[in-house]
Write a protein that binds this ligand. Structure first.
Ligand code: AKG
Ligand code: FE2
Length: 351
């Protein structure tokens, strides 16, 4: 049994005494060893332990998980699409099979109420700063400024938030997300200054809103605008409001991530179509929920039928990346995709 952090080979026999604990100990490793200054190594070991369970022994999930991939797939297929899973120290075979089959998965209340409130406070602080500065873009990405129900300026899409909030920067690195990161790759980084960074969205249905809803799209095609072929990509979202189907919110077409390239490119007119699809399902969320969706999955955001603050829907998307490091800076160019979006918003007064 061995694993390979950063190109070096370690055997369990070497690592366990170094950490003073067993790798099989799973998520407790990092916590226990923090005092010893070994947190980074422990996290890495835990990470690899979670990742490479075929190589190192890890604690089996407490429940009787299905013994074969086929059994896990069958169990996942029998679950309702509205299933909200619990996020543990590792992704279970059924959770993995559910994501693979449907292209999305929801984990319930991964953030605590206090964390939801703290992120919101940080975003309000960033908003004050950006409004004071008269900011139009962050690292080349347009800031969507609309109006709140009182007619005051209200930022509705914040890019690169973790560059402006130490709290958010640390939160998205918390060890509870390691299993989710493991779905994306063996060694992921937080793209604080890549793509659009950690994005915070605030959909609001009021006159003057810059972002009440979002039309049909896949996130993968967007990466074509960054001049990259869409590789396997998973989008990790945190949700800050209780959103039932009747409140609008995220709509996905389950299984559409398995379509071919043509359907992904031309299946629907990107961003302009808002029409409900007979195959769509609503992803209902509670504050603190985490969703993962496949970059090839067709999805949209349905506007709230309510108005005013009651229509508020807040989400935060975290880029956990594995591809080549491509940082942006304040003077980075605006991607074509965002220029088009800006023109559309200007033409229509809203998205
Ligand atoms: O608001 C959401 O949950 C999804 C937003 C989205 O699909 C996107 O920004 O690409
Ligand atoms: Fe999207």
């Amino acid at each position: 049994m061995k694993f390979v952090p950063s190109g070096r080979e370690w055997t369990l026999a070497q690592v366990e005494p170094a950490l003073g604990i067993s790798v099989a100990d799973g998520g407790r490793l990092a916590r226990k060893s923090r005092n010893l200054g070994l947190a980074a190594l422990a996290r890495r070991a835990h990470w690899l332990g979670v990742q490479e369970s075929h190589m190192i022994q890890v604690a089996k999930p407490e429940t009787q998980s299905p013994s074969t991939p086929a059994a896990a797939a069958a169990e996942a297929a029998a679950l309702p699409l509205s299933t909200r899973f619990e996020l543990g120290a590792e992704i279970t075979p059924v959770q993995r099979a559910f994501l693979d089959r449907h292209g999305f998965i929801t984990f319930s209340q991964v953030l605590s109420t206090a964390e939801v409130e703290q992120v919101d406070a940080e975003i309000n602080r960033v908003q004050r700063r950006w409004l004071d500065e008269g900011r139009k873009k962050v690292y080349g990405i347009p800031v969507f400024v609309g109006k709140d129900p009182e007619g005051q300026p209200f930022i509705q899409r914040f890019a690169f938030t973790s560059q402006f909030s130490t709290y958010i920067r640390q939160l998205v690195r918390d060890e509870r997300f390691y299993p989710v990161r493991g779905l994306i790759g063996d060694s992921t980084r937080v793209g604080d200054e890549e793509k659009d960074g950690v994005v915070f969205n605030r959909n609001l249905n009021v006159p003057g809103s810059a972002y009440p809803r979002l039309g049909w799209h896949t996130d993968g095609l967007r990466s074509l605008f960054y001049l990259r072929m869409p590789g396997p990509m998973l989008n990790v979202g945190l949700h800050f409001d209780r959103v039932r189907a009747e409140d609008g919110g995220l709509r996905v077409i389950p299984g559409s991530h398995k379509q071919g390239f043509l359907k992904m490119a031309f299946g629907k007119p990107y961003f302009v179509s808002h029409r409900p699809d007979p195959r769509e399902v609503a992803v209902e969320t509670e504050p603190g929920d985490l969703t993962v969706h496949d970059g090839r999955l067709w999805h949209r955001v349905e506007g709230s039928p309510r108005t005013g603050w009651q229509s508020l829907r807040r989400t935060m998307y975290v880029p956990y990346l594995t591809d080549a490091y491509a940082p942006k800076r304040e003077d980075s160019r605006t991607p074509l995709y965002h220029e088009l979006g800006r023109l559309l918003r200007r033409a229509k007064g809203s998205m």
